[in-house]
Design a protein around this ligand. Structure first.
Ligand SMILES: [Zn+2]
Length: 508
């Protein structure tokens, strides 16, 4: 039987900077979803990339006094290094300058052109040389019967340029029809409603070419022009699915920032329809975050390097904070103190205390073959089954905050259960020994289940935790898609020694 496939992508990263914490956020989301599908037995693909066909990259190389190619190679390596360091397990890393991508883009450009969806037009730009920026009519103000730049009070230049345009307007009805048939195409709903309203109003054809040359992709039907930005960039998603990987298209999920949602939710479907490709299944939009309520920017000096941050604290702290404190689509503020508090409470206290109690007390029982006939406490079992069911639903809906919330809620309940039942007292009374054993078995089995569920978030730590309860080869089984088999397994928990501390507490 053919395995089910899952293909997830990160947003487009520009090559003129090194990924900072904001980029890590979207990559981590894609990575966790990828890992979850992988351990669940899916045939998986995960693509991340850099956009190199940009004017900015050329400028940046000039600033650094480097040949463009050398600069691009250097930056691509830097991007990969950050992702590798963070354990982002992408299967494909693509650069838009690669020949396989150029080939595909030229092929689709021609196809779209043959379908009458690309046309030539002499376009007039208004350009204020003092601002060094293009202006739209509505940007200008009136002065002495002339339309002038509001900042410089001078008339902008008119620049005439021949461009090729994509006939987006032609696809308005088809796009709306597609939205209707796919009510979950964009998450969250509010963002999707904005997109729908935008499409319903009016769609403007957009320019897909420029007269400049450099190394960009030449239009196959007019080699004096190159394609630029979105037409080129978006087709990356298809480029990585060529040859042996065709089974992965259409993509299951594009993770994008909200400022590029229009390109993904409107341009992209139309471009694909024009060349007869299937459309991606879903787009997950992340919100923005600020640092100390300020926009993240190099000039403000508040950029956080994810590698430095993780070296100072830990990768688990970053992942837990980014994904448990806010819903993916919310706007929010990054607060280091809050990150430390969250980690200390949830991982260093809540989870670690349970394991510590379970191992110390179980070792005192000196069970030769571990637990043999013990069963989960009925109430905890019921509680667990409810949690486990919801956990799956949340993951399928990509609601990672809810996934983590439900998990830590279950651990809270488990901690309370231990405190209330006091197994350390029961153990000392011969008549209550069986009761104590059942309680300890309940904790061990619950922890095992929780760790399996948390594996996509903290794979290294969970692998170490499995070892503390002598669970053999768990990571290996998980990496081979055996989550369901492991969850159904009956373990005896032969515990031989107290675990070393895996979650150190941090000071603020
Ligand atoms: Zn101006």
């Amino acid at each position: 039987m053919m395995k089910k496939t899952f293909f997830v992508t990160t947003p487009i990263y520009y090559t003129n900077g090194i990924p900072h914490i904001w980029h890590s956020y979207s990559s981590l989301i894609a990575d966790i979803l990828f890992k979850y599908k992988k351990i669940s037995g899916f045939d998986v693909k995960f693509c991340t990339w850099v956009d190199e066909n940009s004017q900015k990259a050329v400028q940046k190389a000039e600033e650094e006094n480097m040949p463009v190619w050398e600069y691009l190679d250097m930056m691509a390596e830097k991007h990969k290094k950050v992702w590798d360091w963070l354990g982002i397990s992408y299967t494909d890393f693509i650069r838009t300058t690669e020949p396989r991508h150029h080939e595909l883009v030229r092929k689709v450009l021609q196809k779209s052109f043959d379908n009458w969806d690309i046309y030539e037009w002499v376009y007039e730009w208004l350009y204020c040389v003092w601002c060094e920026a293009f202006k739209k009519d509505e940007d200008l103000i009136e002065k002495d019967w002339k339309k002038v730049c509001p900042d410089h009070l001078k008339e902008p230049d008119k620049i005439k340029e021949k461009n090729y345009f994509f006939k987006l307007s032609k696809y308005q009805d088809k796009i709306l029809e597609f939205y209707e048939k796919n009510p979950d195409f964009v998450t969250p709903k509010e963002r999707f409603n904005e997109v729908i309203a935008f499409v319903k109003r009016w769609l403007e054809d957009f320019s897909i070419s420029r007269e400049t040359n450099k190394f960009w992709i030449k239009l196959p039907f007019d080699e004096s022009q190159v394609t630029y930005v979105w037409y080129d960039a978006l087709f990356n998603y298809v480029t990585v699915c060529q040859n042996w990987d065709e089974r992965f298209w259409p993509a299951d999920l594009h993770v994008v920032w909200k400022d590029i949602i229009r390109f993904h939710a409107i341009y992209w479907p139309a471009m694909l329809m024009s060349v007869g490709y299937e459309l991606p299944k879903q787009i997950l939009t992340t919100g923005f975050f600020t640092i100390d309520w300020q926009k993240i920017s190099k000039s403000l000096g508040n950029v956080i390097d994810p590698v430095e941050f993780c070296e100072k604290y830990s990768k688990d702290l970053l992942v837990l904070y980014l994904l448990s404190n806010f819903n993916i689509w919310q706007d929010w503020d990054f607060d280091q103190a809050n990150a430390v508090l969250t980690y200390n409470a949830k991982l260093a206290n809540n989870l670690w205390n349970l394991l510590n109690r379970a191992t110390v007390l179980t070792m005192k029982l000196e069970l030769q073959n571990g637990f043999e006939n013990e069963k989960m406490d009925e109430n905890i079992l019921k509680n667990f089954e409810e949690y486990d069911k919801n956990f799956k639903i949340f993951f399928e809906k990509y609601e990672l905050k809810a996934v983590l919330d439900s998990t830590f809620k279950f651990l809270d309940d488990l901690n309370l259960f231990v405190t209330e039942t006091e197994p350390w007292k029961l153990m000392k009374q011969e008549e209550n020994l069986e009761k104590a054993k059942n309680i300890l078995y309940t904790i061990c089995e619950s922890l095992r289940q929780v760790w399996l569920n948390l594996y996509p978030f903290f794979p290294e730590k969970m692998s170490k935790l499995f070892e503390t309860l002598w669970l053999q080869n768990y990571s290996l089984y998980l990496e081979n898609g055996k989550l369901a088999e492991l969850k159904a397994k009956k373990e005896n928990f032969i515990i031989k020694e107290k675990p070393e501390i895996l979650f150190e507490k941090f000071e603020i």
